[in-house]
Design a protein around this ligand. Sequence first.
Ligand SMILES: O=P(O)(O)OC[C@H]1O[C@H](OP(=O)(O)OP(=O)(O)O)[C@H](O)[C@@H]1O
Ligand SMILES: O=c1cc[nH]c(=O)[nH]1
Ligand SMILES: [Mg+2]
Length: 209
Amino acid sequence: MSTLHVIDHPLIQHKLTYIRDKHTGTKEFRELVDEVSTLMAFEITRDMPLEEIEIETPVCKAKSKILSGKKIGIVPILRAGLGMVDGVRKLIPAAKVGHVGLYRDPKTLTPVEYYIKLPSDVEERDFIIVDPMLATGGSAVDAIQSLKQRGAKNIKFMCLIASPEGVKAVQRAHPDVDIYTAALDEKLNEQGYIVPGLGDAGDRLFGTK
Ligand SMILES: O=P(O)(O)OC[C@H]1O[C@H](OP(=O)(O)OP(=O)(O)O)[C@H](O)[C@@H]1O
Ligand SMILES: O=c1cc[nH]c(=O)[nH]1
Ligand SMILES: [Mg+2]
């Protein structure tokens, strides 16, 4: 069974409060999502492999550690996932970025895939799929499936807010994929929105409402 990591560092909780607040405007919302994504990336990269090299400090020769060059791919689920890419990339600048285009049909709540483009060396990379909201889980399950079909073997899913239903759906369909979230909320409402959540992440990021 995959692990659910709730990254509830005080800085993340503080920023998430203003992300949730309906009085927060588009510019500040975007900046806060970017900042929280960077803070979460710090935790999601905790298990990155290291290797020891020899260097010379001004004082003496020393053995010291560097990242052992694991290839990473960041894949936002369009549109809202785009708001998290730059925040993660600040910490992993060598990562390549793929895209999965999905929208949730407002009536059936099932995901409709309209675009996919991944780095050519899919099989050699570890992937971090990013999307602010894990609601019914349909979009995440579908995006993970699309990456696996194209050869991805090691995938993590990162969101800002998850619902218990979404976590269950991902764990059932993809027990090998760990989920990283800043908050686990209470439930979904009848329209499939997370309660209390933050509303429509795509609309709030891009000012489309
Ligand atoms: O877990 P689910 O029930 O699938 O819902 C979550 C999805 O809904 C939102 O996208 P939306 O469909 O609103 O598309 P958008 O990002 O283009 O606004 C969100 O960004 C997720 O991708
Ligand atoms: O609460 C939700 C659920 C799905 N998509 C969103 O943007 N927000
Ligand atoms: Mg949306």
